[in-house]
Design a protein around this ligand. Structure first.
Ligand code: ZN
Ligand code: ZN
Length: 291
């Protein structure tokens, strides 16, 4: 039997013990932080993965950054030891390294796993696994017993091949690069949901991420994209948002507008360029939480 969803005050739990974290019944947040330096500040972000456990099988959503594979593998092992249904599917939102960088190792470690999503190009890197790749388009479902993962419209994306995922069981949206923002390691935000990270300036960190990683947002009407996000959230009746880079959102109504405020602000700023290439004596590794 699985543990009950965590109801204890996560602020009282040491950072290293916060993950795997059950953010909704049978939906587990796993992975680790990545520290990046920008304008003299160290920004902590996630390249998270999520395990969605059904009655018969589990789906891994995203794989984490390649550096995170030992952590992801350890977290998966802990969950399967607790009785989570065996891993049968891997759904990745798109072909970028922080989202699918562990794909080959997942397919090798779990020989029954089927890769699902827009599977363009993966066969070029992994021809030996081509027979385990399953195309999905909008509305297609993966049934794992008692719940399903559906491919839904990717409103905010940076590759044409992106799909977002949606868990029909707990109404959790997996938006890949949507709702992308960093958190403050110094304030103990690692492993917290957005609403617990009370000192986090969500409009600011959301606009910084959009500025650095989603340059196209400067050339479109972000009001229209934010309206589309609202429509999707309402149509699916989304209860929780589980972004790959941001902290999970458990109060959609109050938190989503703060992220949208950041997206709209970034759209009005000139592009400031990519991450600084400063020499980092220790920041690149010190910031990792090794969750
Ligand atoms: Zn990304
Ligand atoms: Zn962190």
């Amino acid at each position: 039997m699985l543990d009950k969803p965590q109801t204890k005050n996560m602020l009282d739990v040491p950072v290293a013990q916060r993950m795997p974290r059950e953010i909704a019944s049978g939906v587990f947040w796993i992975g680790d932080c990545l520290a990046q330096r920008h304008k003299g500040k160290v920004y902590h972000g996630y390249n998270a993965a999520f395990l969605v456990a059904g009655d018969d099988a589990s789906i891994l959503v995203e794989t984490g950054h390649p550096k995170d594979f030992p952590v992801i593998e350890r977290h998966l092992g802990e969950l399967f030891a607790r009785g989570v249904a065996p891993l049968k599917y891997l759904f990745v939102t798109h072909q970028e390294t922080p989202h699918c960088g562990g794909l080959g190792r997942i397919l090798k470690t779990f020989p029954d796993v089927i890769l699902c999503g827009d599977v363009s190009d993966y066969h070029l890197a992994f021809p030996q696994y081509e027979h385990r790749m399953h195309w999905m388009k909008e509305g297609d479902e993966i049934d794992v017993g008692g719940r399903a993962l559906t491919a839904v419209e990717p409103v905010i994306r940076d590759l044409r091949t992106t799909w977002w995922g949606f868990d029909t069981g707990e109404r959790v949206l997996f938006p890949g690069d949507g709702f992308a923002y960093s958190h403050y390691h110094e304030d103990g935000h690692c492993g917290l949901v957005a609403e617990e990270a009370v000192s986090l300036d969500l409009p600011d960190v959301s606009s910084t991420f959009a500025d650095l990683a989603l340059f196209w947002t400067k050339f479109v009407d972000m009001d229209a994209y934010c309206d589309r996000l609202d429509e999707l959230i309402e149509r699916l009746d989304v209860k929780i948002i589980a972004p790959t880079h941001g902290l999970p959102i458990t109060d959609v109504k109050s938190t989503v507008p703060k992220v949208q405020e950041g997206l709209k602000a970034a759209a009005l700023m000139p592009e400031s360029g990519t991450n600084e290439k400063a020499t980092l004596p220790s920041a690149a590794t010190d910031g990792m939480c090794s969750l």
